[in-house]
Every structure is written in C-alpha cells, then in structure tokens.
Design a protein around this ligand. Sequence first.
Ligand code: SF4
Length: 304
Amino acid sequence: MEIIKVMPRGYCKGVIRAIRMAVECTKRYPNQPITILGMLVHNHYVMKALALHHIKMIDDPNKTREQLLDEITEGVVIFTAHGIAPQVLEKAQKKGLICIDASCPDVLKTQALVKAKLDAGYEVIYIGKAKHPEAEAVCALSDHIHFMEPKDPIISLPEGKLFITNQTTMSIYDLEALFQKLKEYYPDAEFCEEICNATRIRQEAVAELEQIDVLYVVGDRFSNNSNRLAQIGAEHGIKSVYLIDTVNDIESNQLHDAKRVAVTAGASTPTYLTDQVIAYLQDFREDKQKPKLELSALLNGIIE
Ligand code: SF4
C-alpha cells in the first residue's frame, strides 16, 4: 500500500500564532485565570493540550460569543483565531478583563474590507457557514450585512451599491460556482473572493490527487476547513474519504484492497496527530498496534 502525504497539509500560520499567543499569556499573566472565549482553533485536542497549561475554554454552540462572555468574570479573556465582534471586545473591556485578540490576520483583513464597504454605503452579501464564529463576528458589524450559505437561495436585495464576499475557509469550488450565479443575478455588484491562501492551497492539493483509493483527512468535525477538504476529496472522485480525529478512528476494513492511500489534515490539526496516522498506515498490517496519544506532545513543534 502506497501512502501519499498530501502537501501542504495541517497547521496554518494563523493557528500557530493563536496557540503561541495563548501559551504566552500563561507567562505574562501567571497569577490570572485565563479563559478562551470559544475554541481557540477548531480542534478539541489542541484545547485539551492547552488545558494542560491551565488555559480554560468555554463554549456552547447555542450561545453567541457575547452571551458566553457573561460567564467570564475575571482575569484574561482570549478571543479566538476566527475573529471577534467589536461589541464583544467592548463588553469585555468594560468588565475589566485583560483582552488578548488571537484573530488571524487574514480574518481581520476580510473584516476590515467589509467595514470599509459598509462605511462607503454598500449593502454586503457575506457567504459563510451558519453559526461559525468568523461569520458571527463579521455579521455583527452591521444590519446591512446579509448572510447566506452556498446552498441557500440567492438573497434578493433592492438596487444599489452591493459588495459580495465570503468567509476565509469556504470551498474554492463551491464559491466559484456561487459567484458565477451571483454575477448573473447582480451584474453590477463588486465581488471579492476572500478564501485565505492556507485554505486554498490545501484544497487545491486534494483536488489534484489522482488514483487514490482512500483519503484520510485528519481534523475535527467542527473545523470548517477540514470538512471542506473531505468534501473536495469526495467531489473529485475519491470513493472512500474519512474525516478522522486521530489514528484511533482508522478501521482496518476501510483499507481492504486499498493500493494508494492519501493523508491530509485541516489547518487546525496538530502535526503530532497527523504524523501518528501516517506512521500507522506505513507498513500497515491488520494486527498493527495503534500508537498511544500523549497529550503533552500535542503542541510539539509549536511551543517549547
Ligand atoms: S485557515 Fe486561514 S483564516 Fe483560518 S487561521 Fe488559518 S490562515 Fe487564518
């Protein structure tokens, strides 16, 4: 069985930066409780590894970031790589919390672009994933932002200045098709495709794979970019695609008769987890033992 290690894969610069910022807080504020408002990056194992550094996380899919903030009463609050609404930052400051913003610069760039268009009097259509914190932060900027998912019917707006853009981790292929439809519907609108480079090159690498029997995407089910990698693999003809958290999710029946097995990973997936998957698949035998997962090694290569 041949193992194809898809390149590039795994951590992006925004995720590395956010993890380093969080750990740095423990050195700068050794006597303060540190809480992340939501998942710092969308990977549960990263959160478990940060918990070893006494960094707590609060999250609830049914609550907005603003509602979650009510649960933090003291110390340091870290805003996640997905960006934060100005109202939430202001509320945290009023509560007297020490605010650390780990928003990815690419996310901030899109937010700034949307804000500039709003200031110039545009209505904005923002394409993203519902309830995703990045979309939540952008849509909180104004009532003049109209949110849609790629599968939604096109929003009908009155004539006027219109700007159309998107969340950074969407599928480049979904978005291309949707922009085409929107261009027919709104021929005078301004478009700006804002998929970040890390997302783009990971997706293109999956789309270019050939003659693959099985694709493993190592990533969390909450990670939009990991889900999109799995989606793109399936859309480009790979019959067996599995989104897995760790090596423990691999089942030997998935590999029956497989000659070429590819492995990629979402931008928030620890390299350690992907390396374990690759090592397990190399020289695979049905009775091969799975490696143990050492939580303390999860952030290897990112922090000292
Ligand atoms: S996937 Fe893109 S937008 Fe998200 S953290 Fe990484 S670089 Fe930033």
